[in-house]
Ligand binder design. Structure first.
Ligand SMILES: N[C@@H](CCC(=O)N[C@@H](CS)C(=O)NCC(=O)O)C(=O)O
Length: 219
């Protein structure tokens, strides 16, 4: 039985969706942002970040891409990735790492921009630059979906689509603005929301409807 350390709309959303899609046994542990920042949580997961996944033997995994990679490999019968070790799996891993390092990484950098600058003007300039970078990454995803969709791995739905969906709800300035610019990304979002196993999870995070995510970013 896994333990999912979960904060509504945070990086645990994709893992929460994946566990539900796979019908894997897990205990869901809702946390507040304040609890995540307590030393007790850091004792469990040294990164002190969400998502974290507790394993049956007491260890805790962190880093969203690593958790996704672990889960798809631990439950290959659920077919949430291409066959392990196949060329398609290599491509799956490239996309997963790209989304995690570049889109998630830069999104976090934008979120915490005020920690890296001296004043509001600098913060605005930094965020503009970061969002231009992220926009280029969404263009890559849009083109891939247009060329070989409807899913990121073509005709086969996979964990990548859940991960991309999570990133898209954080779209800047809003999810709707991202959809207006990238119609294939909008279609992916609608297709993920239409998956019967995900309705309750998405409702529990308040993101079953487009635009349900409300950023606590200071701007
Ligand atoms: N590289 C990490 C990033 C995780 C991350 O940035 N998580 C954020 C929430 S989306 C977090 O836990 N922030 C801690 C905080 O705000 O105190 C991953 O992919 O898991």
């Amino acid at each position: 039985m896994y333990k999912l350390y979960n904060v509504k709309t945070w990086g645990s959303l994709a893992i929460h969706c994946l566990l539900e899609e796979m019908a894997a046994p897990y205990t869901n542990i809702w946390m507040t942002p304040e609890q995540v920042r307590e030393p007790e949580f850091r004792a469990l997961s040294p990164l002190g970040m969400i998502p974290a996944l507790g394993l049956a033997d007491g260890r805790t995994l962190y880093e969203s891409a690593a958790i996704v990679s672990f889960l798809v490999a631990a439950h290959p019968d659920k077919r949430m990735s291409p066959e392990l070790g196949s060329p398609d799996y290599g491509e799956f891993m490239s996309l997963l790492q790209f989304m995690s390092t570049e889109i998630y990484g830069f999104s976090s950098f934008a979120y915490f921009a005020s920690e890296h600058v001296k004043n509001a003007d600098e913060r605005g300039a930094l965020k503009t630059k970061i969002h231009q970078q992220i926009d280029g990454y969404w263009l890559m995803i849009e083109r891939r979906l247009a060329d070989s969709g409807p899913w990121l791995m073509g005709r086969e739905f996979s964990a990548l689509d859940l991960y991309a969906f999570m990133l898209s709800i954080w779209g800047a300035p809003t999810e709707q603005a991202l959809h207006a610019k990238y119609p294939e990304v909008a279609k992916l979002g609608a297709a993920v929301r239409a998956r019967p196993k995900l309705k309750a999870v998405l409702e529990s995070h308040g993101v079953f409807q487009t635009g349900g995510y409300v950023s606590s970013d200071l701007g």
